[in-house]
Structures are given as C-alpha cells and as structure tokens.
Design a protein around this ligand. Structure first.
Ligand code: HEM
Length: 134
C-alpha cells in the first residue's frame, strides 16, 4: 500500500530553525517541535542548536526516556527525502562545472572547424591568383 508520508528535503528542513518555527530531524524523520520548545525540560536553546542538521546523535546522547520518545512521535510531520543531495552547494557547483566543460568543448570544436575552412579558403584564393597569372 502506498504511504502518504510527506517528504522534505534537507534544505527545506533547515529553513525551520527559529523559536517561532522549529523543525528537527531525527532518524530521517521530521518533527515540528515549535509548540514544545517552551516546555522542553532541557531548555529551548539545546533544541534550537540541533536544527538544520541530523539531530539523531544529540537526541540520543541526552539520554531521553521512553516517554520523551513517545512525545517526540506526536510531533512527526514527515520524513527526509533521501534522494535530495546532502550538500546542495556541491550539486550546484558540479552542474555549473559540467555546463562549463560543455561550453568549452563546443568552443574548441568551433575552432577546430575554423582551421580547415581557413586553409581551403587560402588555397582557393592562391589557386585563383595562379590561374590568372597563366
Ligand atoms: C535534539 C535536541 C534535544 C536535545 C539536545 C535535548 C536535550 C535534553 C536534555 C539535556 C534533557 C535533560 C534536562 C534535565 O534533566 O535537566 C532533556 C530532557 C527532556 N527532553 Fe530533550 N532534547 C532534545 C530534544 C527533545 C525533543 C524534540 C523532545 C520531545 C519532543 C524532548 C523531550 C524531552 C523530555 C520529555 C525530557 C525530560 C526527561 C525525559 O523524559 O527524558 N527533547 N532533553
């Protein structure tokens, strides 16, 4: 049966990193914990510091109880879209690089075509001059 889980990219998740709008990513699941920030026994700062990244280690290292984990599940809004690039900048730069290469290659090909065309042109002119002399 198809799941209706909403998928979020890491870029999208990382935009929700404030006290008024706070999402965290734990075990590839996305949680909107904005409403819980003020109630968190460990303070809101530690939760805010765990936004815009994978917070699995931070959550586990705090030694949360079973009830904390159950509470966490009640804030789940979706899952991480694992097909999105982990570091978006890398994809952008690699795309730019490949188009740069393609552009350079096209440019180079243009120049290679110019060589025989110029050579043929010169031969035609020389041939024409030679014929006229005769
Ligand atoms: C990933 C970021 C988080 C960090 C670093 C963190 C850290 C902590 C720390 C240090 C405590 C101990 C506070 C104390 O005893 O003085 C604590 C307690 C607690 N936290 Fe978090 N927390 C995080 C996220 C969350 C989330 C998202 C929830 C639930 C939605 C949560 C629920 C609780 C609960 C219920 C307690 C009380 C103790 C327990 O039942 O385990 N925490 N947290």
């Amino acid at each position: 049966m198809p799941t209706l889980t909403k998928l979020y990219t890491i870029q999208e998740i990382s935009h929700h990193n404030t006290q008024e709008d706070c999402w965290i990513l734990i075990d590839n699941k996305v949680y909107d914990v904005t409403k819980y920030l003020d109630e968190h026994p460990g303070g809101d700062d530690v939760v805010l510091a765990a936004t815009a990244k994978d917070a699995t280690d931070e959550f586990e290292d705090a030694g949360h109880s079973e009830s904390a984990m159950e509470l966490l599940e009640s804030f789940c809004i979706g899952e991480l879209d694992t097909s999105s690039p982990a570091i978006p900048e890398l994809e952008i730069s690699s795309k730019k690089q490949s188009s740069d290469y393609a552009w350079k290659l096209t440019d180079l090909t243009k120049h290679y075509w110019a060589v025989p065309v110029v050579a043929v042109g010169i031969s035609v002119v020389l041939g024409f001059l030679y014929m006229r002399k005769k």
